[in-house]
Design a protein around this ligand. Structure first.
Ligand SMILES: *[C@@H]1O[C@H](CO)[C@@H](O)[C@H](O)[C@H]1NC(C)=O
Ligand SMILES: *[C@@H]1O[C@H](CO)[C@@H](O)[C@H](O)[C@H]1NC(C)=O
Ligand SMILES: *[C@@H]1O[C@H](CO)[C@@H](O)[C@H](O)[C@H]1NC(C)=O
Ligand SMILES: *[C@@H]1O[C@H](CO)[C@@H](O)[C@H](O)[C@H]1NC(C)=O
Ligand SMILES: *[C@@H]1O[C@H](CO)[C@@H](O)[C@H](O)[C@H]1NC(C)=O
Ligand SMILES: *[C@@H]1O[C@H](CO)[C@@H](O)[C@H](O)[C@H]1NC(C)=O
Length: 419
């Protein structure tokens, strides 16, 4: 492990505007930083951002991510249908290949007295999942929630089961308890205490104890309000939004983190995921040929902004188009059918630029290069993968390059250049 940015302690910004009701928690305008540990399925050598000696991709970790997210999308699509009565317009006939990184990991406290857990803050799902004290050995290595040790815990007398590929599941019992996140308390929050964890959640490939979903209620597999909706209905916040960059703050926007005049907002297309239209995704042409356009405004590309995913994921056809003319580009079947590699020294010349709300945001070499395929390979894994569907899942490979605001109250996503 090197002290590079990929292993630095990063923070997610959660900016909540307290309500006009008596502030029972934190005084209005007080910023609270919640430290986050950041994981990444690659080991890297040091180097400057755009002249990085690539490290080695962590194949085992990446494969586990691929499995876990395939299942996240299939179970949240199913939840949407069961919660709203209609299929999600982006839902494929069968589960797409997806990929999931344990990127934004922070600590929450649950119950009275507080029990602490690390969770992945995941904008691509909407439920709170923790290992239960009664979990079998599949939860080994994780902290476990013990409702009997919490005076505010109540059983909802209901079981849950989250499907995760290969027939494995995370299943258990639903409870309500008080959840402390960044200085705000969600009273009687529904949480799932898992008595069994599927392979994708097991230590050490899953770097947190559980998952805290930051999506909309429509994709709650429990059919229950997610943590932020609880904060809103508790009047802990009247208007809420949270921002993701290098730190977590509650109660104020850290305007020092981003270039304010570059901030653009895009309305959420459908409240379920943080789904917005993407104006374009392009990369430079090789040999000074014109830029390669993979997605544009007319194609009305839909993008799901997902902090729980590492890569940028799209259809095989789009990925094929992206890499088609790059000499030496090839898929890496051992990591999943959609994963691509290119010669490490060509990465800097094929970096994607994503446009939202009329503003173009480039992706840096250091975030697009996931590391060498193997010790002796001269190819590196790239941050844009196929294996998905026509819509785009926009993960950390992009989100590390911008300041992202998830504005629940106005149902929109904001992006700004980092300061
Ligand atoms: C769950 O069951 C217990 C014991 O039967 C009961 O006391 C409690 O009220 C039930 N809780 C809910 C939410 O139904
Ligand atoms: C939370 O649930 C408990 C019962 O478990 C109830 O007594 C209490 O009033 C609830 N609090 C809120 C704020 O809903
Ligand atoms: C901030 O963003 C605006 C709009 O994109 C741009 O014109 C300006 O140069 C940026 N300022 C800095 C300091 O990068
Ligand atoms: C760019 O030039 C190289 C070497 O001359 C050639 O092999 C390659 O096919 C060219 N690529 C494109 C897209 O024109
Ligand atoms: C935009 O995308 C559509 C649909 O994919 C495509 O037909 C069209 O040629 C693209 N336009 C440009 C300017 O690339
Ligand atoms: C890399 O090459 C060295 C020397 O040729 C060899 O000993 C080693 O087994 C190779 N490693 C892999 C992973 O292929």
């Amino acid at each position: 492990m090197h002290p590079t940015v990929s292993f630095a302690t990063l923070l997610v910004a959660l900016i909540l505007f307290p309500s006009l009701s008596p502030a029972k928690l934190e005084p209005r305008g007080t910023a609270i930083r919640v430290p986050l540990k950041r994981g990444w399925p690659v080991t890297r050598s040091s180097g400057s951002a755009d002249n990085l000696t690539p490290g080695l991709v962590n194949g085992r970790c990446l494969r586990a991510h691929l499995q876990r997210t395939a299942n996240k999308y299939s179970s949240t699509f199913a939840a949407y249908q069961s919660n709203t009565g209609s299929p999600h317009p982006l839902a494929p006939p069968s589960a797409p290949l997806q990929e999931n990184g344990d990127i934004w990991i922070g600590t929450i406290s649950v119950g009275t007295p507080p029990q602490d857990f690390t969770v992945v803050f995941d904008t691509g799902s909407s439920d709170l999942l923790l290992p239960s004290v009664t979990c079998d050995s599949s939860c080994d290595g994780h902290s476990r929630y013990d409702p009997s040790q919490s005076s505010t815990s109540a059983s909802l007398n209901k079981t849950f089961s989250l499907s995760y590929g290969g027939g494995s599941t995370a299943a258990g019992e639903l409870y309500s308890d008080d959840v402390l996140i960044g200085g705000y308390e969600a009273i009687n929050q529904t949480l799932g205490a898992a008595t069994t964890y599927s392979a994708g959640f097991q230590a050490p490939t899953f770097g947190a104890d559980g998952l805290l979903g930051l999506g909309f209620p429509q994709i709650s597999v429990y059919g229950q309000p997610p943590v932020f909706q609880t904060l809103i209905s508790d009047n802990a916040v009247s208007e809420s939004l949270f921002g993701v960059a290098f730190e977590l703050m509650v109660g104020a926007a850290d305007t020092g983190m981003y270039n304010q005049s570059s901030m653009v907002f895009v309305s959420v297309s459908l409240q379920a995921y943080w789904q917005i239209p993407m104006d374009g995704l392009t990369r430079p042409g090789l040999n000074n040929s014109g830029e390669v356009v993979i997605a544009n405004k007319t194609s009305y590309a839909q993008a799901i902004i997902d902090t729980g995913t590492t890569l940028i994921i799209t259809s095989d056809a789009n990925a094929q188009k992206y890499y088609a003319d790059v000499p030496g580009a090839e898929v890496v079947p051992s990591l999943g059918s959609g994963v691509w590699s290119v010669p490490c020294d060509s990465i800097a010349s094929i970096l994607p630029t994503l446009s939202f709300g009329g503003h173009a945001f480039p992706v840096s070499t250091s975030t697009f290069n996931l590391g060498k395929v193997s010790d002796n390979s001269t190819n590196c894994i790239t941050g844009l993968a196929g294996g998905g569907s026509d819509y785009w899942v926009i993960g950390d490979v992009f989100l590390q390059n911008v300041y992202t605001v998830f504005d629940i109250g106005n149902s929109r996503v904001g992006f700004a250049e980092l300061a």
